[in-house]
Design a protein around this ligand. Structure first.
Ligand SMILES: C[S@@+](CC[C@H](N)C(=O)[O-])C[C@H]1O[C@@H](n2cnc3c(N)ncnc32)[C@H](O)[C@@H]1O
Length: 295
């Protein structure tokens, strides 16, 4: 068995057995990676809506590659004007949950559910008028990230758009804010060691904090490995991490106001915030040029 296969099996098992298990009403374990507090709701909602702006509003088939269970209501809006939404995922539990959520046919058209690997999509070229792949490519074995982008591009119809959201491995904007947190953490660790409350070794994760294989890149990697083969543009999806939100955004400290200012900056400087913030929104537009990846 190759290590690539092992990675995929581990990821699939994680989502089947942990990530897509409900821990509350309509809330999956995976939502621990999101800030669901009321103070952040408006900002998070607006960031989700951003994705729809870059997609063609109508079409025949819409692909959600690595769909999960379509966990946030805003996700449904992206395919509202399409005849069918195809959810593709390696996790069968994700697809069962997605099917329960939207059914085979609903006001958004037909729901179709396919167990598939985003790096080897079982669809013909030009099949989809709209494509999203959100927070998925980072779970693939590193050698397959480029292939996954090319696959999304391959199945996209002529002059249509695909949106990929994935975190960067690091962010200069986030570094400014997380530095004091890191120092604080180190200091606390030292104090605890001194009073012998914990051992010198690494502490084990708390229950509910388990995760799976993730590997991320930076903008240089994306431009070099993918941007030289297919046209892409980097915008911002969300510039800050959940950790940032939980620490710095508090309702009693003008958190909502702070996030409105941040959102304004993201809208004003989408390329800068996309490249230097934590989560870029990557737009692929199928151009008229025919290269070896198109067919
Ligand atoms: C972090 S979740 C994101 C789900 C959804 N896109 C969202 O934003 O809520 C990652 C999803 O990608 C799926 N996934 C991981 N590797 C995959 C692969 N190679 N092909 C297809 N789906 C994959 C997982 O099963 C999981 O459902």
């Amino acid at each position: 068995m190759t290590s690539e296969l092992q990675v995929k099996q581990q990821v699939r098992q994680f989502y089947d057995e942990v990530g897509w298990q409900e821990v509350g009403e309509g809330v999956y374990q995976n939502a621990r990676f999101e800030d669901l507090r009321p103070v952040s709701r408006e900002y998070i909602h607006n960031c989700h809506l951003r994705i729809g702006r870059y997609l063609n509003p109508t079409g025949k088939y819409f692909l959600d590659a690595g769909s999960g269970p379509i966990q946030y209501p805003e996700y449904l809006g992206y395919s509202k004007g399409y005849q069918a939404r195809v959810c593709a995922d390696i996790s069968i539990v994700a697809l069962q949950e997605a099917r329960q959520r939207i059914g085979d046919r609903n006001e958004n058209g037909q729901g179709l559910f396919v167990v598939a690997d985003v790096a080897n999509l079982p669809f013909i070229p030009y099949a989809f008028d709209g494509v999203v792949s959100l927070h998925t490519i980072h779970h693939l074995p590193v050698d397959e990230h480029r292939q996954a982008f090319l696959e999304l591009y391959r199945v996209l119809a002529e002059s249509k758009m695909a949106v990929v959201v994935n975190g960067w491995e690091s962010s200069s904007i986030m570094d400014i804010f997380t530095m004091p947190l890191k120092w604080g953490k180190r200091l606390m660790k030292r104090i605890r060691r001194r009073i012998k409350l914990i051992n010198a070794g690494k502490s084990s994760p708390k229950p509910g904090e388990v995760s799976t294989f993730v590997n991320k890149h930076n903008a240089d990697w994306l431009r070099r490995e993918v941007g030289t083969l297919i046209p892409l543009e980097i915008y911002v999806w969300r510039s800050v991490s959940v950790r940032f939100l939980r620490v710095y955004v508090q309702p009693y400290l003008g958190g909502k106001w702070l996030l409105r200012q941040l959102y304004y900056l993201e809208e004003r400087f989408p390329h800068f915030m996309g490249e230097h913030g934590l989560y870029p929104l990557i737009v692929l537009k199928k151009s008229g040029m025919v290269n070896k990846w198109n067919r």
